[in-house]
Design a protein around this ligand. Structure first.
Ligand code: SF4
Length: 341
């Protein structure tokens, strides 16, 4: 059966027509869906007859809250269960400009990044557009807050679930859907080159973030096995094409790991690679995961790395650490849950 939240507005209109209903019903139904209802029966201005028809033709995917952790800084990490029993994580973060939801797009991940707890879960399946969007609705419902920014930085590689993620972005963006501007949506990828090129042609104004983490292929391959498939040179070439087509600035994410990628030489090499690109470097102290081999760099080293980049004309900032007192590493809560089963 079709998950009704997987549908574009126009798709819902078409299906309602086929069911012998008037097109305008889509407007009422869509409004309810994006209010975050969890059962068709909550649509109080829809006739019983139509509700029964909807139940016969669609499912309404639900996310069930199974656990959450709240940080001292207000960050809330949610563990949600999907209809098929699998668990995913979503995080709500408070910034000066509003609330940001960090959402998952796959159950597990195939990419195997060595610093990531999600990689240890193993890949199960892609999430559907409705499940992806459903996280935002559920986070709003649980927290009582309105989310204004979305980051695809939870579990999963968004460009490995390309069609569903693109559809989810359009649903989030749709004024009849969540109505969050594309410029408030960030998509983070480990660097799947052909999909970066495809994304450039989508005419979506979202922010593209590339997990780079090293300017040396041998180090990057050790941290991120995807580098064996698409090396740094290929990733940067795709980024240059993306910038040329979209005229949008790219963010390079760089998780600083003590003694691995945080030397002055690393910063100088990185600045040479990025010279002249419309970009920004986001430095992140690596999140220690249980059983992981990477330790975060000291604050002095992180600031020195930033200054070396800035001195060479590359705009670099250090990301504020949120939720450091909870299981903040992406995928850690799902891992903890699995280990306790
Ligand atoms: S960092 Fe992202 S791409 Fe890499 S394993 Fe984790 S979820 Fe997957």
């Amino acid at each position: 059966m079709i998950n009704i939240r997987d549908l574009y507005y126009e798709e819902l209109e078409e299906l309602l027509l086929k069911m012998g209903e008037k097109k305008f019903r889509a407007k009422q139904i869509y409004a309810w869906l994006y209010k975050g209802i969890e059962s068709f029966d909550e649509m109080t201005d829809i006739s019983k007859e139509l509700i029964n028809k909807l139940k016969d033709n669609f499912i309404l995917n639900q996310l069930t809250l199974i656990n959450f952790q709240k940080s001292k800084d207000g960050t809330i990490k949610y563990l949600f269960q999907l209809n098929d029993g699998h668990a995913i994580e979503s995080v709500l973060m408070k910034y000066k400009y509003g609330y940001t939801a960090c959402i998952s797009n796959q159950i597990g991940c195939k990419m195997g990044c060595n610093f990531c707890a999600s990689a240890k879960i193993g890949f199960v399946r892609n999430m559907t557009p409705g499940e992806i969007v459903g996280q935002i609705l559920k986070v709003q419902k649980e927290s009582g807050e309105v989310v204004s920014n979305i980051v695809f930085m939870g579990i999963g590689e968004p460009l490995d679930n390309y069609d569903n993620v693109i559809k989810a972005i359009r649903l989030i963006n749709d004024p009849k859907g969540l109505n969050i501007g594309a410029r408030h949506i960030s998509l983070s990828t480990c660097g799947i080159v052909p999909k970066i090129k495809m994304l450039a042609d989508e005419n979506i104004q979202c922010n593209l973030c590339i997990s780079l983490h090293s300017s040396h292929d041998n180090v990057r391959t050790d941290m991120m096995p995807i580098n064996k498939v698409y090396n740094i040179e290929e990733v940067l070439e795709a980024c240059k094409q993306y910038i040329a087509k979209t005229n949008r600035r790219i963010t390079f994410e760089y998780a600083l790991v003590d003694g691995v990628n945080d030397s002055r030489e690393d910063a100088i090499h990185l600045s040479r690679l990025l010279k002249g690109m419309l970009c920004h470097v986001n430095l992140i102290p690596v999140n220690k995961i249980k059983g992981g081999k990477y330790e975060k760099s000291s604050t002095e080293k992180i600031l020195a790395f930033r200054d070396t980049l800035n001195d060479r004309g590359i705009v670099a900032t250090v990301r504020r650490e949120l939720g450091s007192d909870i299981s903040a590493a992406c995928g850690q809560l799902v891992r903890d849950q699995k280990q306790s089963e």
